[in-house]
Design a binder for this molecule. Structure first.
Ligand SMILES: NC(=O)c1ccc[n+]([C@@H]2O[C@H](COP(=O)([O-])OP(=O)(O)OC[C@H]3O[C@@H](n4cnc5c(N)ncnc54)[C@H](O)[C@@H]3O)[C@@H](O)[C@H]2O)c1
Ligand SMILES: O=P([O-])([O-])O[C@@H]1[C@@H](O)[C@H](O)[C@@H](O)[C@H](O)[C@@H]1O
Length: 546
């Protein structure tokens, strides 16, 4: 049988849902309701009137003085309360992240416990912003903070309910691939093997020029053709539409790239600069169209959100143009899981404390297949870019410490050392100037079990992206929530995902925010606004005035 037919035979066992009597926790009612004349609850939706308050700044040309004017803009939000049956299709399903996140979803869904040297461990969602962190809802009568799980701020899908499928250029089933990944404890793997052995990735597209040559040995599960073609787009669309979504009776699918890091594609006028040119270039089989861009185009044409967890420039201008034309969500790039996450928090702290960071040395070595792929220069370059640009916004915002164009020295080094496997060793040095000619040197040794850090981010990206498909807005000066003014979705480029990503994709022409604290606050406050709640400001005047 052709690879595809073999995969189809196995694909009937896809996904995490068994025929058991599992009661989805996502059917639980919402944890809170908002008591406000500006918020209306209906069976299927929450409608809210929201006043967006900001400060517009102008400059007096004669005096050079800033003029700060408080401004208000009225919006209506609509949140669909109905929780759909959702599937995620992973490109690179057989990789370290793909197998680990699949194992994690299965272990949580079944409530697994397994023995380790430190004693029994139970499945959890640690490292997931949505499932593992809380947010302040408000204060109680005694002015004490009331904190709730972030997952409960809006009616989100529960990850235990996610159906998982995907593609890989390697034909290993998920149990074999989980062993190859060497991430999880044998006592856990043995409880998952049987179910994961039934999961076989669909064959994928493989254009050798885009990933390291050392990956060719894995490519035994590929569709015919080694460069872009519309047949590849059509096959991927069919995989999404029929082999996964309808075969599993899903309401929605999110496609997420966790395959190898590709080299950057050249941006070529007339080829990938507009949606029409990109589609034509694919039809013509242009060599500069990467597999990840083919998956993005296929997902967009299938009205399916596409998220890029790797650093390459999947979203060439033509892909962004296509997403906007079709009103489909896209997001990326490159999971922010360990060394860079620490960097974006530490740099925010140092610079916002008025400490002048003057150099960052960011080295790591790791021994997984990702590290092997990154051992070739073109793939490393993609990662070097995403790991380097993460400080730009924080530096540019502080004109006291940094003159225009001035920035810290910053070097990124990644070495492939097979012996350490997935347990990346990150060594960082942050060197800063402090008061009166002093210096502060911060050295960090950070062992990142990379796939166990990245997998919860995959879950967050999927849950938040799906939630965004159920949120709409409209500008409204009327006070009537019953108004017939049409609602619309957020911009196709989901900058709200930035907390999970090293190189956040933002709507064209808008600023990139990398500071970790600002990214988290933005996500929480956008979700609060969607149910008519003011941003959490930490003013806490109830504790400061009397
Ligand atoms: N902490 C992390 O693990 C982390 C953090 C940030 C970014 N990333 C990125 O996530 C991606 C995956 O990381 P990983 O550790 O799982 O890598 P991996 O090498 O273990 O897995 C990648 C998988 O993709 C498959 N693949 C390659 N090209 C493909 C194609 N065209 N179609 C389908 N499958 C294809 C490979 O066979 C492999 O199974 C990498 O790009 C990595 O840089 C990982
Ligand atoms: O997220 P992070 O730890 O800064 O960055 C990581 C890199 O340090 C690592 O070398 C690479 O293999 C991972 O894919 C990930 O990108």
């Amino acid at each position: 049988m052709t690879p595809h037919a073999e995969a189809e035979t196995a694909s009937s066992n896809w996904g995490l849902w068994s025929n058991g009597s599992y009661e989805s926790p996502s059917s639980s009612r919402e944890l809170f309701t908002v008591n406000s004349p500006n918020v209306v609850y209906r069976d299927d939706e929450v409608l809210s009137k929201y006043t967006y308050r900001t400060t517009t700044v102008t400059k007096d040309a004669s005096t050079g003085q800033y003029i700060a004017t408080p401004t208000e803009t009225r919006y209506d939000f609509r949140v669909d309360r109905r929780i759909p049956k959702v599937g995620v299709m992973l490109v690179g399903w057989g990789g370290n992240n793909g197998t680990t996140v699949t194992a994690g979803l299965l272990a949580n869904r079944r409530g697994l416990v397994w023995d380790t040297r430190e004693g029994p461990r139970a499945a959890n969602y640690y490292g997931s912003l949505v499932m593992g962190s809380t947010m302040k809802l408000g204060i109680d009568a005694e002015h004490r903070d009331v904190n709730i799980p972030l997952h409960n701020v809006l009616p989100m899908v529960h990850p235990n309910d996610l159906m998982v499928g995907g593609w890989d250029i390697s034909n290993m089933n998920l149990a074999e691939a989980m062993d190859r990944a060497a991430v999880l404890q044998p006592t856990l793997k043995m409880q998952l093997k049987k179910e994961m052995a039934q999961m076989v990735p669909l064959p994928s597209i493989y254009y050798p020029d885009f990933i390291a040559s050392n990956q060719s040995g894995r490519a035994n599960h590929v569709l015919p053709g080694d460069r872009a073609c519309m047949a590849h787009v059509d096959q991927i669309r069919k995989d999404i539409r029929s082999d996964f979504k309808s075969a599993n009776n899903l309401d929605k699918v999110v496609v997420l790239w966790t395959a190898n890091t590709e080299r950057y594609a050249d941006i070529v006028a007339g080829i990938n600069d507009t949606a029409d040119n990109l589609l034509e270039a694919i039809t013509q089989g242009h060599k500069e169209i990467a597999p990840s861009t083919i998956f993005a185009v296929a997902s967009i044409l299938e009205k399916t959100p596409f998220i890029n967890g790797s650093p390459q420039n999947t979203f060439v201008p033509g892909a962004i143009d296509l997403a906007q034309k079709h009103g489909v969500f896209i997001g990326g790039d490159d999971f922010k899981s360990g060394q860079t996450k620490m960097k974006s928090a530490l740099v925010e702290f140092l610079i916002n404390a008025g400490i002048k960071l003057v150099s960052i040395a960011s080295y790591n070595h790791l021994g997984n297949n990702d590290g092997r792929n990154l051992s070739e220069q073109k793939q490393f370059r993609s990662k070097e870019i995403s790991k380097s640009n993460v400080v730009d916004d924080m530096v540019e915002a502080n004109t006291i410490l940094y003159k225009e164009g001035e920035h810290p020295d910053h070097t990124v080094v990644i070495k492939y050392m097979p012996a350490v496997g997935d347990d990346k060793r990150a060594l960082d040095e942050y060197y800063a100037e402090i008061f009166l000619g002093g210096h502060q040197t911060i050295s960090i040794f950070n062992v990142c079990e990379d796939s166990l850090l990245a997998s919860p981010l995959i879950i967050d990206l999927v849950l938040i992206t799906e939630m965004m498909t159920r949120i709409q807005w409209r500008s409204s000066s009327s006070n009537d929530l019953e108004s017939t003014i049409p609602y619309e979705s957020f911009h196709s480029v989901l900058s709200i995902l930035s907390y999970m990503l090293k190189a956040p994709l933002t709507p064209p022409g808008t600023p990139v925010v990398n500071a970790l604290g600002k990214q988290r606050a933005a996500l929480i406050n956008i979700f609060r606004a969607c149910v008519g709640l003011e941003p959490e400001s930490d003013l806490a005047l109830e504790h400061r005035l009397f």
